[in-house]
Each structure stands twice: as C-alpha cells, then as structure tokens.
Design a protein around this ligand. Sequence first.
Ligand code: ADP
Length: 675
Amino acid sequence: MFNKILIANRGEIACRVAATCKRLGIASVAVYSDADANAKHVAACDEAVHIGGSTAAESYLRVERIIEAARATGAQAVHPGYGFLSENEDFAHACEAAGIVFIGPPVEAIAAMGSKAAAKALMHAAAVPLVPGYHGDDQDPELLHREADAIGYPVLLKASAGGGGKGMRVVERTEDFAAALASCKREAASSFGNDRVLIEKYLTRPRHVEVQVFADRHGGAVYLFDRDCSVQRRHQKVLEEAPAPGLSAEVKREMGEAAVAAARAVNYVGAGTVEFIMTSTGDFYFMEMNTRLQVEHPVTEMVTGQDLVEWQLRVAADEPLPLSQEQLKIDGHAIEARIYAEHPARGFLPSTGTLKHLRMPEGVEFTIGAAGLGEPGRKAPVRIDSGVREGDAITPFYDPMIAKLIVHGATREEALARMNRALRACEVVGPHTNVEFLQRIVTSEPFATGDLDTGLIERHHDALFAPVKKPFKEALALACAALLTREGGTAHGASPWDALSHWRLNSGYTQTLGWRDVENESVFTATFARDGATQTLEHDGVSEGFTWSEGTGQHEYRATIGDARVTGRVFIDGDTFHVFCLGEALAFEWQNLLAHAADAEGGEGRLTAPMPGKVIALLVEPGTVVEKGTPLIVMEAMKMEHTIGAPAAGTVKEFLYAVGDQVADGAQLLVLDVG
Ligand code: ADP
C-alpha cells in the first residue's frame, strides 16, 4: 500500500478521498487554486501545494504542474477524483511516465471508453446490448440523415466525445434533422474539440440505471450492484439511489453480468460505472462507461458497507479485490440528494455567493455503510459529503454543489422518510439552493412510489413548482421575535418597552414593524403591542397573544402566537431575516421605515445579471430605443447562453460591462432611461 498520495481535485470529492487516506494511515497531499487557498479540502489533507489561478484551466487541469507537485511532495500515486483530469488519457499517461501510479484504469481503457462511438463498437463485439442506432465513422450529413430516418423518430444526436449531458439534441421529425445536426456538431466542436456524432433511438420515459464495477490486475472483476439515477434536470443527475427499485433479481443479475463483460472487454482495472438506459418493460441497453469514481458512489457504499476509495487504493497498489462476487451483499436502501447552489425556478441557473449560514442535518461525514465500517455496530443513517463550510463561497469557477446528503434505511420507504426529514433540516443562507425543490421531489407521488424515469421533473414541472403553503404566521412571529430582541436588547427584562411599561403600566405601547416577504415580494406590517402583562401581534387584521424567548441554540427562538407554539432559527443578514421553522425556509426583509425614506427613488432603469457569468455579446448600441423584452445582452454561465431582455421600454444609455467581462450575480448591467 502507498504511504502518500496526491489528490488532484477539490471540493467534496477531495475531502472524501482524504478521509479514507486518514483512516488507512496514508498521508494525503492537496492541490489548490487561488480561489481555494482556504478551502476545506486543503485543511482535510496533510500537505497542500498551490498550483495556480482560479479557473480550472489555470489550476486543476494543469497536467505538468500537478505531476510536479506529486514529485516534489514524494507522493507515490495520484487520485484524480471525478471531473477535471479523471478521464484524461494524457494525464494518466503523464503519471505513468513520471513513475507515479494513476489511481484509475489503464490509459487504453480510458481511451476505449472516451469515445462513445468507439465504445459502442467494442460493446457490440462483447455482446453487451446497445440502443438501436448508428455509431459509424462515416459522418457524411446525408448518410447520417438516412440513418436517422431508418432508425425512426424521435432520435437522439450525441456528441461522441460528449459528457455531462452536453452535446445532445432530440430530433422529432426528419424536417428538423439537418438543423439539429449542425447545431449539435457546433456544440460538440466548441465543448469537446471534436464534432463526431452518433445517433440513437430516443427512448420515451426511460430509466437511467447504472452498475458499479471493479476489476483488479489479477483477473478479478465484480459488480457492486445497481443504482437508479433517473431523476435528472438538464440531463444531469439530482437524486440517486441504490439498489434501483422495482427490478427483478434476474434483470439485476443480467445487468451486473453485462457490466462486468463490458469492463472485461476493455481490460478494465479499478472503479468504473457502466450506464444503461432501461425501457419501461425492463429492457436495458449500454449507454457508456465512466472510467472513474462517480459522484453518487456513496449510495453503493451505504448498501454494501464497502469503502470504494479504499478498494481503488488497494487495486492501484496491485492488491486483489477485497471481496468476491459471492461475498458482496446488499443491506437496505440508500438515497443521495445533491444540494446545489442554483435557482430551480429560473431554469436551474447556478447561483453563487458566500455561505453566510450553513447548517446541515445531524449526520456523519464519510461513514461507510449502514453499520459504519470503521466503527462496528454504529448506525449512521445520514451521511453528508461536503467540500464547503459556513463562511466559504460558491464561486463561478467550479461546480456549484454545496453538499451531498446521503441517507440509509432498512427499506426504500424508511430511506425516503429519512431523506425528507434530513432535507427539512438543511439551512442555507447566501446563494439560492435547490433544497426546497429536492423536498418536493422526494415527497412527490411518482418519486415516492418509485415510478421513475428521466422525464420525471419535466413531466411534473407544474406540480413541483406550484406555490406551497408555508408556516407564514409562525415564521413571522419568529422574525418579529428576533427583531424585537435585537432592537430591545433581550426578550425579557431589558427591552425599552419593558422599561417603560414599569412606569406607565396602563398606557400600553405599540410598534409597527414593516416587512417584505422576499419570496412573493409582498409588503405588509405587523403591529406589536404591549399592554401591561399582555402582548399581542397583529397581522392581516388579526391580533393574537404573542410571547417569545431566545432558545438555547445559536440563532434559536421560541414563540407562541395564538395557540401555535414554534421553535426555529432566525439568521439575520443585514435587514433580511431568514427564518427556518417547521421544515421550511422563509425570508422577511425588515422595512426600516426611517432608512428607506431616504432612497425612495425608482429602480426602473436597472437591469441586473440573473446569474454570475460572462458577457458574450451586447446586442444594441447605446442610444437605441428598445421595447420591453428587446434582447440586450447575451451572457454565458456554465457553458450555456442566456439572453437578457429589457425590463421595460426605454432608451439604452450605457452598458456597464464589455464583452468578455465576468459579472457577479445581481450586478447592474446597463443604464436604461425609462419613459
Ligand atoms: P453524458 O455522457 O453527457 O452524461 P449519456 O449518454 O450518459 O450522456 O446520457 C445522459 C442522459 O441522457 C441519460 O441519463 C438519459 O437521461 C438521456 N439519454 C441518453 N441516451 C438516451 C436515449 N437513447 N433515449 C432517451 N434518453 C437518453
């Protein structure tokens, strides 16, 4: 086994690998960019090497610099994590050339699976089932069009070198084929530097089911069962679970064996995932093989009780696989939810910013399996894998994932209930997150009943985005409690109203508190009154008895309003009171009436960036008269283009950013003279 390894990654996966190293007594070396100088993964490792600027190209993608760091620190092996250089043949090759072990498959296996088209040819030869389609070398547009016609619409065009859900186009009709092909090729060339495409029959309502495989250098190859990753947005996974629900033992075994055959066909070594697409009738077809550890590997760890990073290290150190196929067993059910900094309601655009308040449910970091490998008998039903801490920032440079929440239960129902509870305990202030959206999915009828397919989110869009009734009154009581406490010193003795009321017991006091409900932008008031020993809070014409106290925990308050009693947390950020109670998050902005009188000037002419990104085109000249909705600016975020239109009719006075500029979320982009 190795004494020291370098982790060529960042965020939660770097922390995850470091945790196994620590458990096995292996020293770990972190690498970091400028933006990550104080990142959690740097603290998680024993040593750290600065490798460059904040963008991935200046740091985590620098092959030579990372090899140099490994050499300088005496690391014997490099763990690439996922993303970045994990499936980069040149990197694996460079490690080999430098005499450093690449913790991953042989270069040839990465190359074989790197091209979706070439991989399909190999899988066909190994008798692994394939989606009907065309994956040939001949890329003549007319030939491709004829092939699509022969397969029958709808078809899916895929960039052969693609990944991460990019470079795919669904084509519904033969008339649309030529345009879709041209656009797919353009995206493929710009994103992957290779415009080769393949065509597949587009399956309707398919499931994404994948199999975890492992192989060693001694002829051993096993599968660690299946995962369902059907719940996706923009072809990216959001919720994953193991085992895949509702499959017969026979289908599971057939898939497992097909996956092992796929691995053997490319002389695979290490951890890999064979992805299948499955029809509603249980037929499954090979989609691709990912030659690395997957984001969702924890669900497999939870049900098998195995530490997959340990397996990777052992295999890389030439040891045989720790267990045989017969020794591998499944215990219970596990579900993972990916908590992202994003705006679900704005098409899942990424969001950035400092995590001003971050509270995750009670859980354990990196415990493997229901009974915890390192600590026999210890139940760890909730696991949190995260690469950030409170106070850290989600930047536009990297993936906006905040944490992975993984739960285990004896059954799927138990795991689901636990996931719902865990999500309700997540509190994030700073960037927008998908926590509420995840809650809605896990409690939705199709997810709860295991009626899974890749279109679940789109098909249930209206229900998933419908307004929900939140505990408004309780949250308002807590926000008022926090404000009155802040304004008055403490909840009890020292408030100014208290002090005064002792003097004039019968005269009574009232204070009107102006609030704005941030989510639906409504402005309202609540009136706090004290008359002798009686306190009331009036809102919406109803006045109810109101008492409160500060709780024992940080930011915690208890309040009673009428008959309702509630305990929750209020995190105050400037004038915004973020209230977390009864499993929901609400935010109220205090309308400090004195402060606001000063800047009561219209903001009509402001156009702000809806997400962090780069300006890639300005569509009109300053001085142009525009209508409401006229496209003005194109921004790029996460490799996708977004066109931003005029908020109102008017004249464009000035652009505040130029093409190529990086813009923060909420930054004013231009001055529009409205009228
Ligand atoms: P990537 O490498 O970009 O992740 P994949 O080939 O793995 O691309 O496909 C990503 C997702 O696209 C799948 O999980 C599935 O939801 C959908 N998909 C892929 N192929 C098909 C198909 N033939 N029919 C329907 N959906 C598909």
